[in-house]
Design a protein around this ligand. Structure first.
Ligand code: PXG
Length: 290
């Protein structure tokens, strides 16, 4: 496996970062998780745009234009001959000194790109649907750490995931300080009610997911009414169908929430339509690497 470390392809063993890197010391950094489907890097340019927006929020200069980062990703995928898989792109503030002042990072950002694989949930859950639970840990607030920034601070989500695990659940639904549903720990959430598709607004505390965006585009194409709105647990419990979306998760049906069956307790017909349409898009929308 070859890792792209600051533009150089190096073997896995040599791909190391300094203990004085502020990504390690303070979580001062950002990342993207991107999938490759049949030699197509899905929505690559959109992922890089989101990365640069995260950097902008953190006032971090990535030191290259977006097009160059696209090329670095393509280079890494080609070097690893990755036809289907998962890309992890990380950018940190770079090597500094002790003390959290980012001005100490005078050498510029550190970046690395891993082209490998990922499995989030067991395959059987895609067929029978998953049971998930709401948790006590709240989603980050935009007043503290803006949840739309895909930063290296995922403790909030990790605590939520652990809490779900303690309840025997594979995934958590995260609620914000107002009691509104935000998203899952690494996935956005959608539900169907009387043929209309709903998902929480980004200001509820959701990441602007690429899979979420794709599903909203699919809804438009299939002439399904889709609404971004405030969602509470009531809406989820009384939904006809529910599913999660994410790069790692893809589109996965949810059939039980907090012990309540969603609809009839099996993956819904509308959800299956979305999954079929999503699969088609994964190989057409993006940057080809062959
Ligand atoms: N919300 C959060 C908090 C995320 O981290 C999503 C939603 C879905 O966004 P995309 O753009 O992927 O549709 C994410 C993405 C992992 C992993 O290692 C997590 C994500 C992506 C890839 C891998 O668990 N989260």
């Amino acid at each position: 496996m070859l890792i792209n470390l600051n533009g150089n392809l190096v073997p896995k063993e040599k791909a190391v970062v300094s203990v004085f890197d502020h990504g390690v010391l303070y979580g001062d950094g950002i990342f993207e998780g991107i999938r490759v489907y049949s030699n197509n890097v899905f929505r690559l340019k959109d992922h890089i745009e989101r990365l640069f927006d995260s950097a902008k929020f953190l006032n971090m200069d990535i030191g290259m234009p977006q097009e160059e980062m696209v090329k670095q990703v393509v280079k890494t995928v080609k070097a690893n001959k990755l036809k289907d898989g998962y890309i992890r792109l990380v950018v940190t503030r770079g090597v500094g000194d002790l003390g959290l002042d980012p001005k100490k990072c005078t050498e510029g950002v550190t970046y690395f790109i891993i082209a490998a694989n990922i499995t989030l949930y067991p395959e059987e859950l895609y067929v029978k649907g998953m049971a998930i639970t709401t948790v006590a840990v709240r989603r980050n607030l935009s007043e503290t750490l803006e949840p739309r920034v895909k930063s290296l601070n995922y403790l909030n989500n990790i605590l939520a995931k652990m809490e779900a695990g303690n309840h025997g659940s594979a995934e958590a639904i995260m609620i914000n300080n107002l009691g509104h549903v935000a998203e899952a720990t690494g996935d956005n959430i959608f539900y169907f009610k009387k043929g209309v598709l709903y998902t929480p607004t980004l200001t509820s505390g959701a990441l602007g997911g690429m899979t979420r965006r794709t599903v909203l585009e699919i809804a438009k194409e299939l002439k399904i009414e889709a609404v971004e709105t405030i969602v509470t647990r009531y809406d989820l419990y009384t939904a006809d169908e529910c599913f999660l979306t994410g790069t790692a998760a893809k589109v996965i049906p949810v059939t039980k929430i907090d012990g309540r069956n969603i609809g009839t307790g099996i993956p819904g017909a509308e959800t299956k339509k979305i999954i079929t349409a999503f699969k088609k898009k994964t190989t057409s929308l993006g940057v080809k690497v062959k």
